[in-house]
Ligand binder design. Structure first.
Ligand SMILES: NC(=O)c1ccc[n+]([C@@H]2O[C@H](COP(=O)([O-])OP(=O)(O)OC[C@H]3O[C@@H](n4cnc5c(N)ncnc54)[C@H](O)[C@@H]3O)[C@@H](O)[C@H]2O)c1
Length: 291
């Protein structure tokens, strides 16, 4: 057995037995397992992925990795310029990508994104819900406007995206099963946070939204699992992106370690969690917690 196969087995065993991981243990193992340089690819050949918030940060890194593994990627972000730049970069590197830009919290965008993807690439196999931002405050004085904004972008938008892809994922799978008894593997990945698992000072709206996302993820796993649609949530810790820039700078200026006592991870160290979940059909409705 090769070392890569061994690592894959170890990670699969973790995913099958443990529901909760702390700190970055699993992150490191997963980084080893899915390091592109170690894996024979392409792992997502011919699959079509829609990745929200992929103009930058974690989702942009995931988009580039998915494309490297043969997926056709729809890059989507409220920031149209950044989304276009990611799509161009992927195409320049030999991948297939198309940008469809818009705000995931608006009424018509999820549907427009799903139909636009199918028009461009013919199907949807992977939905990665990652779009989001921080707008916190202490609970006792947090405005309802901030509460609503974060619930909308981190939770309601994911729910609406999943509903929008239902005809192309759940219903398409159901049709395949009627004609051949077998549906091809499809997957939903929602980006949660350790803050959703443990709470955090000044982040009541963010933590509530990220916790709700886990319930949403588990329900999709139960409702769509029988159609071979896996559903997973990734709960990241603190990663150095635009979202955390102010906090990271404060910590570093004060000589403090990151929340896990190690170092602030870079999106490229972690995007492979999503890629791992996208291509592992056999662990189809396990939860992936607490990196
Ligand atoms: N960075 C971290 O430490 C960390 C930790 C845990 C979870 N997360 C989660 O990971 C996800 C990605 O965060 P990131 O760190 O890469 O942040 P980021 O700010 O680098 O990227 C987020 C992207 O989402 C886009 N976006 C925001 N609102 C949108 C909307 N309404 N419609 C469409 N696009 C929108 C932004 O334009 C941006 O490009 C988020 O859901 C975040 O909550 C991040």
């Amino acid at each position: 057995m090769s070392s890569t196969e061994l690592r894959l087995q170890v990670l699969a065993r973790h995913l099958q037995t443990d529901k909760a991981f702390s700190h970055n243990t699993l992150a490191r193992q997963s980084c080893c397992v899915t390091d592109v340089s170690q894996l024979a690819g392409p792992l997502l050949q011919g699959q079509v992925a829609v990745i929200t918030g992929s103009g930058q940060g974690l989702a942009a890194a995931a988009a580039e990795l998915f494309a490297l593994h043969g997926a056709k990627v729809v890059v989507t972000d409220i920031d149209a310029d950044k989304a276009q730049q990611v799509a161009v970069r992927i195409r320049e590197n030999g991948g297939e990508a198309h940008a469809i830009c818009g705000d995931v919290t608006t009424d018509d965008f999820p549907e427009r994104l799903a139909t636009g993807t199918v028009k461009q690439f013919g199907r949807i196999d992977i939905l990665l819900n990652s779009a989001g931002f921080h707008w916190g405050g202490m609970l006792h004085r947090l405005s309802k406007k901030r509460w609503d904004a974060l619930l909308a972008v981190h939770c309601t938008a994911a729910f609406r995206m999943i509903q929008a892809v239902a005809p192309h994922m759940r219903d398409a799978a159901k049709k395949e099963m009627q004609s051949s008894d077998r549906a091809s593997p499809r997957t939903i990945i929602n980006v949660s946070s350790t803050v959703g698992l443990h709470g955090e000072v000044g982040q009541v709206n963010y933590s509530a939204a990220k916790a709700a996302l886990i319930g949403l993820t588990k329900t999709v796993a139960k409702e769509w699992g029988p159609f071979n649609v896996r559903s997973n949530a990734i709960a990241y810790g603190w990663i150095n992106t635009r979202l955390t820039q102010v906090g990271t700078a404060l910590h570093l200026n004060n000589g403090l370690p990151d929340a896990h006592g190690t170092h602030f991870m870079d999106p490229h160290e972690l995007h492979n969690h999503a890629e791992f979940l996208a291509h592992r059909p056999q662990i189809w409705h396990q939860d992936f917690y607490g990196c």
